[in-house]
Design a protein around this ligand. Structure first.
Ligand SMILES: NC(=O)N[C@@H](CC(=O)O)C(=O)O
Ligand SMILES: [Zn+2]
Ligand SMILES: [Zn+2]
Length: 348
């Protein structure tokens, strides 16, 4: 049980079930920042080139571990990037390795670095069957890519056009519907039969689509799936605050160098890994549901992934502090979500 009084809050160490760390020299900043907040994280494979084999994942994992500060405890849980050519044999290698915890489906063209993604799930059916057999979850960026479909509807259409038919074909495949943003997705995950979970980001709990245009265009609030209407945000709050074990924290912290976001064609992704727990606390506190936070951040995720719940605890204190205007990102800088604004709770 979380322990709280009005000035401090102790919860089981949270994990991040959806995180982008990128690669190369930026690992020296992204890894320590994530490790300060989280015990473990599911590491997204959308590098250039993507992490497609178990061997790639083993090497990437080592680069992440090399960037960890001395004494820091952080376990990267690796994933593979599903392509039209991923073979069932690769799934067996992944299972044997013990370090791969999921396989990620990016519909080709849906989001950042998704051009190597899947063009049609029919190409992958044998591989998905093997995942079902091995109990390896399929992690889904759930948006259709048809440019005719309105960007605000792409997630809801994905449920009907792709997710429901897929789950009919493979009813025992474990699925994580990643970074859900709509009432439709929250309700689907709540009501569906079988083994399904969903991650929810701090930004989709805190903001609606007005934040994209508050006084002018706000590139640091642009991510995919895009922020939605207020009624959707409220449905997400309801889903994460009712102790339903299917919903767990996944920041989708997705850093891009400042100049690539503040651009005539800016990249999608919000950087939150440096203050994600504080952002989740803000969302739960504003909803008057702080006592439900620990289920979402620290208990439901490990249960879904068949991993032990962390044994250590973290403490947050009520202390006003200012989010940095920018943070190091290799040779560049990254602008965190809510840069320059104040938060009421701080991780000790
Ligand atoms: N969420 C985003 O807007 N961007 C992510 C990709 C993703 O998770 O879809 C990224 O890698 O930048
Ligand atoms: Zn995504
Ligand atoms: Zn992501």
């Amino acid at each position: 049980m979380p322990q709280s009084d009005s000035q401090s809050l102790s919860i089981i160490q949270p994990d991040d079930w959806h995180l982008h760390l990128r690669d190369g020299d930026v690992l020296d900043s992204t890894v320590p920042q994530a490790a300060k907040q989280f015990g473990r994280a599911i590491i997204m494979p959308n590098l250039r080139p993507p992490v497609v084999t178990t061997k790639d994942a083993i090497n990437y994992r080592q680069r992440i571990l090399n960037a960890l500060p001395k004494g820091a405890e952080f376990e990267p849980l690796m994933t593979l990037y599903l392509t039209d050519n991923t073979q069932p044999e690769e799934i067996r290698h992944a299972r044997e390795s013990g370090i791969v915890h999921g396989v990620k489906l990016y519909p080709a063209g849906a989001t950042t670095n998704s051009d190597a993604g899947v063009t049609s799930l029919d190409n992958c059916i044998k591989t998905l069957e093997e995942m079902q057999k091995q109990g390896i979850p399929l992690l889904i960026h759930g948006e259709v890519t048809d440019p005719e479909i309105d960007i605000f509807d792409r997630e809801a259409v994905f449920i009907d056009k792709v997710l429901i038919p897929l789950r009919k074909k493979l009813p025992n495949l474990k699925i994580v519907f990643e970074h859900i943003t709509t009432k439709a997705a929250a309700e689907y995950v709540t009501e569906a039969d079988g083994y399904i979970g969903a991650t929810v980001t701090p930004h989709h709990l805190l903001f609606n689509r007005n934040s994209l245009f508050a006084g002018g265009i706000r590139p640091h609030y642009y991510c995919l799936p895009i922020l939605k209407r207020e009624e959707n945000r409220q449905a997400l709050i309801k889903a994460v605050t009712c102790k339903n074990a299917r919903f767990f924290a996944g920041t989708d912290s997705a850093p891009h160098a400042r100049n690539t976001k503040e651009s005539s064609c800016g990249c999608a992704g919000c950087y939150t890994a440096s203050h994600a727990i504080e952002l989740y606390v803000k969302a739960f506190q504003e909803a008057g549901q702080l006592d439900k936070l620990e289920w979402f951040t620290s208990i439901n995720g490990p249960k879904f992934y068949n991993l032990p719940v962390n044994r250590n605890k973290i403490t947050l204190v009520k202390e006003k502090w200012q989010i940095s205007e920018e943070l190091p990102f290799g040779k560049d800088r990254v602008v965190p979500l809510m840069a320059g604004e104040f938060l009421d709770w701080k991780l000790k």
